[in-house]
Write a protein that binds this ligand. Structure first.
Ligand SMILES: [Zn+2]
Ligand SMILES: [Zn+2]
Length: 373
């Protein structure tokens, strides 16, 4: 299983490369192969590549590991090998998120990658993403809108600026490793069990003067008002992403994102089918027979629809460009108007006579007389 990998080759550097050159090469490749940038069909390939180069960089970027690698090859780092420190437990998602949100990757990334934990402050965590559900009207979806929302989220503590306190020093319980281990003896042998240190929460470091307002967490729950711009043409269940408006990360880490999930409330008259709007409008027997121009409501106002004479009930007319705008485009859907002929349920004696006459002797103008009463 432990095939030998050429870490220098993976990073495209030569054996005499300096640490700086290694970092630079890794940063470039990590940006290129970040799984977030992968085309859908290459997600797995990119992720594998990303892991490989991260593994290579974490070895070549650490002097001790590098000299071990130069002597024994990569097998020194696969679990149980001569080196012992394998890549099990290597948190790629953390590395990835730092590339994603660190604006191309600050030096923190290299600290956590190149075994530098504890050298430049504690490991940072990306904050959680938040989801906000917003309901808007169909009219608002047609024109676009801006809504002010208030969210309640974890933010960096204003008092300690997210650090959790002052005089941060190595944890005495775990000697800065962040882990405590217990040895269990069983008939099959001794098992060493590792757990995150309870004193420092696995951080390896603790502030000497714990911040009061946040109790050392570095985070505080705060209310925040935000203006959310909802683009016209949005559809139900679409999500808007507000970059870095999620929760703050621990130890001064980057913010997560805020997702606003849209739902559009049902409309009394309109039914949306993709970009088209469907509506049913009543017309009279008279209008159906003789034709007319009627005023029809649209999602943004009113428009005139011509009913040709001799229109059957349930005929559908298309009003071009009166539907919903297509999201982030200039295309606009149509309004489909179905006309429904309302048949009078009661007729007067005079109307009945007129209708009888129509039956025997149909003529133009007849219904005008009938309904103008
Ligand atoms: Zn604080
Ligand atoms: Zn500890």
């Amino acid at each position: 299983m432990a095939q030998n990998k050429d870490y220098y080759n993976l990073l495209g550097v030569d054996k005499s490369a300096t640490k700086k050159e290694i970092k630079k090469a890794y940063k470039k490749l990590a940006m290129k192969y970040h799984p977030d940038r992968a085309p859908e069909e290459k997600k797995v390939e990119y992720e594998e590549k990303f892991k490989e180069i991260s593994e290579a960089a974490s070895v070549l970027g650490d002097d001790t590991k590098r000299s071990k690698y130069d002597q024994f090859g990569s097998s020194a780092f696969s679990g149980g090998g001569a080196g012992g420190s394998g890549f099990q437990g290597f948190d790629f998602s953390d590395i990835m998120s730092q590339f994603r949100f660190g604006g191309g990757g600050g030096d923190d990334i290299f600290d956590s990658l190149f075994g530098g934990r504890g050298q430049r402050g504690r490991r940072v965590y990306q904050g959680s993403d938040l989801l906000y559900e917003m309901t808007i009207t169909l009219e608002e979806a047609a024109t676009g809108t801006t809504k002010t929302i208030q969210i309640n989220k974890l933010d960096h503590c204003g008092e300690c600026k997210g650090k959790g306190g002052t005089n941060i020093s190595s944890c005495s319980t775990c000697n800065g490793s962040g882990q405590t281990s217990t040895v269990q003896r069983t008939p099959f042998g001794a098992f060493r069990q590792q757990r995150p240190c309870h004193a420092c929460g696995g951080e390896g470091e603790v502030p000497e003067n714990v911040c009061g307002p946040c109790g050392g967490e570095g985070l505080q729950r705060k209310k925040k008002k935000l203006d959310v711009k909802v683009p016209k043409g949005i559809e139900s269940n679409m999500r808007l992403r507000l970059t870095r408006e999620g929760e703050a990360g621990k130890n001064g880490g980057p913010y997560g994102n805020l997702f606003v999930q849209i739902s559009i409330s049902a409309h009394k008259y309109f039914e949306r089918r993709s970009d088209n709007l469907h509506i049913t409008v009543p017309i009279s027997f008279h209008q159906a027979v003789l034709g007319d121009e009627i005023e029809v409501h649209t999602i943004t106002g009113k428009a005139i629809l011509k009913i040709p004479k001799g229109t059957d009930s349930e005929t559908i007319f298309r009003m071009k460009g009166k539907g919903m705008p297509h999201l982030r485009s200039t295309t606009i859907g149509d309004q489909m108007v179905k006309v429904h002929i309302e048949v009078p349920k009661k007729v007067s004696k005079k109307q009945k006579e007129a209708l009888d006459k129509f039956k025997d002797n149909p003529s133009k103008g007849f219904f005008a007389d009938l309904f103008s009463k």
